[in-house]
Design a binder for this molecule. Structure first.
Ligand SMILES: *Cc1c(COP(=O)(O)O)cnc(C)c1O
Length: 457
């Protein structure tokens, strides 16, 4: 047997048989929509997956059966149009297929040298964000795998611009990944309390900072995760400037809303950010694993993130080489911006804007229904797609029962939250296919006692 004949993993001799047809059929079906899913049980999963890796392999039919019977059904449908928790995912059909193509192609998106075509296409999206934000000429960016890596990468650059200053101003509403990044980078968070509206302002920053002059960076949110509130970016930028500090905007969840002309003014001040991030896998309808990271002065990022070594310096024969890996923490990387570019190229911006508006409209409808109901109350009017609310007499355990009942009945996947320590209901509307009827279904679950009563019994 020659070496190539013995390789069943690749090429003409592969023994994956009709896996292609199975996979395509599965993906097609998934793209017609999926339910809320289930919470997997560890013991059952362990038992049913034990022995699935053998010396000789199970073959296509059996391996695929384990996937379809054991693995696939035991997850929450994060991409379901009834997933209303955390920040949902709602990848477009076009972006999913292009993501599958990227899996096959493995474009070397870490460097221009390997992946010029893919990186160029990704940069079309980066340029769109730069234009939309109004970041001055010279700005550039890259895609990373997610907002956490994006925040870490940007804050690493911020740190190195302020030697000796170790303190970073963050809102009490900042995403947990910001705190994690600061910890990893050896920086210290100075937490600024936001008011009842959960909005960080320059005034609040000044009040907390006082006379301190050891601030390296100010982090604001272009849509906070828990409440979907856009910080007052313009006054935060003023405060950062006064402190001679880096200004980073974490727009992982909400910054895509700046693509809507009617919402652009809410993000005023974004043009002054030294760095900002957007997660296209959130409100730009891309598959999981993408973050667009932009720097006003990308050369500062290059000085921090460029990796050196005898095997890698070839990537930088040209001083101007556009290597995404020089701008962020990740080296080998999927071309996670390519599906974003492709869906934008295929459908255009307007279709994406309309899809964003669906979530905004549904959040408004839900808010109106909660407002009109005597036993429910909004914590605040939704600014983006997040709705926070109270229900008379409900505390932590009732919210938990409510979430369990909605999941059990396949109505929605929700995750209760807190507002200033108080247990509350939280819903996030994003998926353009979420049916309008969900408002009535959710109101019934909050007002009629049948749903929650059943679980509690
Ligand atoms: C989701 C989110 C993050 C983290 O992004 P990942 O892609 O999950 O790593 C950071 N900041 C904000 C505001 C977010 O909503």
């Amino acid at each position: 047997m020659t070496r190539s004949e013995s390789d069943v993993l690749h090429g003409a001799q592969h023994s994956a048989d009709d896996l292609d047809q199975r996979a395509v059929a599965w993906i097609r079906d998934r793209l017609t929509g999926t339910g809320v899913g289930v919470l997997g049980e560890r013991a059952w999963l362990d038992k049913n997956l034990a022995g699935s890796i053998t010396d000789k392999g199970l073959g296509v039919a059996d391996a695929w059966k384990v996937f379809t019977d054991v693995v696939a059904p035991n997850n929450i449908g994060v991409d379901s149009d009834r997933f209303l928790a955390f920040i949902p995912l709602s990848p477009s059909v076009a972006s999913v297929w292009m993501d599958a193509v990227c899996s096959a192609a493995n474009f070397g998106a870490e460097s221009w040298f390997e992946g010029a075509g893919a990186v160029s296409a990704e940069n079309q999206v980066i340029d769109l964000l730069i234009r939309s934000a109004g970041t001055p000429a010279g700005a550039a960016g890259c895609f990373m795998s997610g907002g956490s890596i994006g925040n870490l990468s940007a804050l690493a650059v911020a740190r190195d611009q302020a030697p000796g200053r170790r303190v970073v101003v963050v809102a009490d509403t900042a995403h947990a990944s910001v705190d994690n990044a600061l910890h990893i980078l050896g920086l210290e968070a100075l937490e600024v309390p936001t008011g009842p509206d959960c909005r960080l302002t320059g005034e609040a920053i000044r009040a907390t900072v006082g006379e301190r002059r050891d601030i390296a960076a100010v982090v604001a949110a272009g849509g906070s995760t828990n409440a979907g509130v856009v910080d007052d970016l313009a006054t935060c930028a003023d405060a950062a400037e006064e402190l001679n500090a880096w200004f980073h905007v974490d727009g992982a969840y909400g910054l895509t809303a700046m693509l809507l002309p009617e919402l652009r003014a809410r993000f005023n001040g974004i043009e002054r950010a030294d760095s900002f991030i957007v997660d296209p896998h959130k409100w730009m309808f891309a598959p999981a694993g993408s973050c667009a990271l932009v720097y006003k002065q990308p050369w500062l990022a290059r000085a921090v993130h460029t990796q050196h070594g005898p095997y890698i310096d070839v990537l930088r024969t040209d001083d101007d080489a556009y290597n995404p890996c020089d701008l962020g923490y990740q080296l080998t990387r999927r071309s996670s911006g390519l599906p974003v570019w492709f869906a934008l190229a295929l459908h255009g911006l307007d279709a994406h804007r309309s899809a964003i508006r669906c979530g905004l409209a549904l959040a408004k409808r839900m808010a109106a229904a909660l407002d009109a109901c005597p036993i429910t109350e909004l914590v605040m009017q939704p600014e983006l797609g997040v709705v926070l609310f109270r229900r008379d007499g409900w505390g932590k355990s009732e919210w938990g029962d409510w979430a369990a009942a909605l999941l059990r009945d396949g109505i929605a996947f929700v995750a209760p939250s807190t507002y200033r320590g108080e247990p509350i209901g939280r819903l996030v509307f994003m998926h353009p296919s979420t049916p309008d009827s969900i408002v009535d279904e959710l109101m019934a679950s909050l007002t009629g006692d049948s749903l929650v009563g059943d679980t509690a019994r």
